[in-house]
Design a protein around this ligand. Structure first.
Ligand code: HEM
Length: 482
């Protein structure tokens, strides 16, 4: 017997619950955050400054309150492990992520348990190592095509170019399509909505305002309707092709999501004989989630990698030596990946200094004990890959770009959660293997042909949107390698 989603997300209380004290909150700001509005380290849309301030003043765990809700900033890897893994079941996604449901519905990023676990089980086969191995060739072909288009010795914005490459890769692997009008429209509408992100998260119940004629809301409503219409049509077309060809699985991620089935388990974890699939709406939520989660993150990681290589000739030379030795001028394949160790270390080190997902947030569903502290249910917890990666206690001389920090020995000597670009625990990035493959194979394909020379005047600054982007264009000039 086959059925679709039956598991529902349980409602989650989003306000702090002070019953059941006494509480012992970490050290931190004495007054509510509103009181500090004029401080230079408090700037709307710039939480990195605030986190840096808290870390400098109070150490690896600090607390403040915002309109009565305790907010804990954690920069201790063991506490990060507690929140993501050891006590993971006692936390849900934090408020600003939950508000993204207006765009992503109940996709993997925004949903709560037990619904999330069910979706994750259905989606998992699409991300298995063997499955994504088939995408290696698509990635290399996209990168090689991109290399052909780059004009030597002309200045261009590497951030834009990396987005273009990543978009092509997501179009081929997610939809089995070229970057056509549909894919561009998905990209444009998603960008419009992400441009409204700060506006959306500022509303406690954005969905209740959706019918109002407020300009930002109207813009959101239109973009979302267009987005849904395109993705729904692509899903219908995939289903139609599958029905007419008798072949459900075209090899792309979307086909896999449409054909994935899981066995329903009973309360004791025994198979019930029933299988479940996703409804079209659930597939749409997951497609948008994967599109958003999978494309801008990798594009930013590549952008920063090119910048860091341009600033670090020794690392760049070692990278070139590895590529010349392993590939000797041919295009890389999946089979080369185990030999491209330095390339992998370059990509890893780049994500330490410029992690595309630069912050993560959780909300406690029950009272939490963290070291000597006792923190009420409904508190918010943040930890930042960006701050952790730049903390000298974990990474000596932290601003130095040093891929050797990622040799197996160096990694083994550090706490696992000093470096968590892909998160951890039950919500760990499902696309992590995909992202490593895309990063390593793209760098290997492009760095064989040319080197990037930074053509900007000042050191680029970061812009902390959902992902960590450069502020303004990041200008580069490609020089053919002799
Ligand atoms: C360098 C690239 C990437 C980075 C840095 C990254 C980072 C992350 C992080 C930190 C999370 C966990 C968020 C949390 O727990 O709050 C996450 C989740 C997720 N990522 Fe990625 N990601 C990348 C690439 C990808 C790719 C390529 C895909 C898909 C093709 C993808 C799909 C997802 C999905 C669906 C989730 C939600 C997983 C769940 O909650 O079950 N990501 N990602």
């Amino acid at each position: 017997m086959s059925s679709t989603a039956t598991v529902k997300t349980a409602p989650v209380r989003t306000r702090p619950d002070w019953r059941g004290g006494p509480w012992r909150l970490p050290p931190g700001l004495k007054h509510d955050m509103m009181f500090y509005a004029n401080k230079p380290w408090v700037r709307l849309g710039n939480p990195i400054r605030l986190f840096e301030h808290l870390h400098r003043e109070y150490g690896n765990i600090a607390c403040y309150q915002f309109l009565g809700t305790p907010i804990v900033f954690v920069n201790d890897p063991e506490y990060v492990r507690e929140i993501l893994v050891t006590q993971g079941a006692a936390f849900a996604k934090e408020r600003t992520v939950r508000r993204m449901r207006v765009l992503l519905g109940e996709g993997l990023i925004t949903s709560d348990e037990p619904f999330h676990m069910r979706q994750r089980r259905i989606a998992a086969p699409a991300f298995h190592r063997q499955r994504i191995a088939a995408y290696a060739e698509e990635i290399v072909q996209s990168a090689a095509g991109f290399a052909e288009r780059v004009r030597m010795d002309e200045t261009f914005d590497i951030a834009d170019a990396s987005m273009e490459l990543s978009l092509e890769i997501v179009a081929r692997t997610l939809f089995d399509a070229e970057v056509d009008d549909d894919i561009r429209s998905i990209n444009d509408e998603t960008n419009t909505i992400m441009g409204l992100y700060n506006f959306i998260v500022a509303f406690p119940r954005f969905e209740s305002f959706l019918h109002l004629p407020i300009p930002g809301v109207t813009k959101f409503r239109r973009a979302k309707a267009r987005l849904d219409a395109i993705v729904d049509r692509i899903i219908r077309e995939h289903r139609a092709v599958a029905a007419s060809s008798g072949k459900g699985d075209r090899g792309d991620l979307l086909s896999m999501l449409l054909t994935s089935r899981i066995e329903v388990l009973d309360a004791e974890g025994r198979p019930t004989g029933e299988v479940e699939t996703m409804t079209d709406v659930q597939v749409r939520d997951e497609v948008l989630t994967i599109f958003l989660a999978g494309y801008e993150t990798t594009a930013n990681a590549l952008t920063w990698t090119w910048y860091l290589l341009s600033q670090n000739p020794v690392a760049e030379r070692k990278l070139h030596e590895e590529l010349d030795r392993v590939l000797a001028g041919r295009l890389p394949t999946l089979a080369d990946m185990p030999q491209l160790k330095y390339t992998e270390m370059v990509f890893a080190e780049s994500m330490r200094l410029y992690p595309p997902a630069w912050v993560m947030g959780r909300m406690s569903l029950k009272p939490i004990e963290l070291g000597p502290y006792r923190i009420p249910a409904g508190s918010h917890f943040f930890f930042s890959q960006y701050i952790m990666g730049r903390t000298a206690e974990y990474f000596p001389d932290p601003l130095k770009f040093e891929p050797e920090r990622f040799t197996p020995e160096a990694k083994a000597a550090r706490h696992k959660y000093t470096y968590f670009p892909f998160g951890g625990g039950s919500r760990q990035c499902i696309g992590e293997s995909f992202a490593w493959m895309e990063g390593i194979l793209s760098i290997a394909t492009l760095a064989q042909r040319f080197r990037m020379v930074y053509a900007g005047e000042a050191e680029p600054t970061v812009q902390e949107k959902i992902t960590l982007r450069p502020k303004g264009p990041l200008l580069m000039r490609a020089e053919a390698r002799s």
